[in-house]
Design a protein around this ligand. Structure first.
Ligand code: NI
Length: 151
């Protein structure tokens, strides 16, 4: 198995605010990120897929296929938006970078399910600031998000 990681950039505004908490609790929890009018980030997104190298092409995945999926599922949806106000995804979900990782994973997973020897989505990593990055990764069996196997 070989992993391929490609980096993308998008910019978006957001406000971290939980409707279930009081004004004071929101300020305590999110600090400046609770600022009423929002603020912006230049997000750096790294998407990792893994798979077998095709004997014919010598590649794990055609980069143009990856680029098209990222453009259609992520950039067209989130770039230069206010995540809370402009996207269905974050209308009722706090647009933390943790949630952004998981939602982007969910959006991309059907494009790279890893069936029939094709590449599968492995990991979504987002750098929010110079100090923070977050990542979300499939479990080792490649099961879809949120499923848990009990023995
Ligand atoms: Ni922020």
């Amino acid at each position: 198995m070989v992993q391929l990681t490609r980096r993308y950039h998008f910019s978006a505004a957001h406000r971290l605010h939980c409707n279930f908490l009081s004004t004071e609790e929101n300020v305590r929890l999110y600090g400046k990120c609770n600022h009423a009018n929002g603020h912006g980030h230049d997000y750096e997104l790294e998407v990792t897929v893994e798979g077998c190298v095709s004997p014919a092409t010598g590649m794990v995945l055609d980069l143009s296929v990856l680029d098209a999926a990222i453009r259609e599922e992520v950039l067209d949806r989130f770039d230069h938006t206010h995540l809370n106000l402009d996207t269905e995804t974050f209308r009722n979900l706090p647009p933390t970078t943790e949630n952004l990782c998981m939602e982007i994973y969910k959006l991309l997973q059907p494009r790279f399910p890893g069936k029939n020897g094709d590449a599968r989505l492995k990991r979504v990593r987002i750098r929010e600031t110079r100090s923070n990055f977050f990542e979300y990764e499939a479990n080792e069996t490649g099961e879809s998000v949120g499923t848990r196997r009990s023995k």
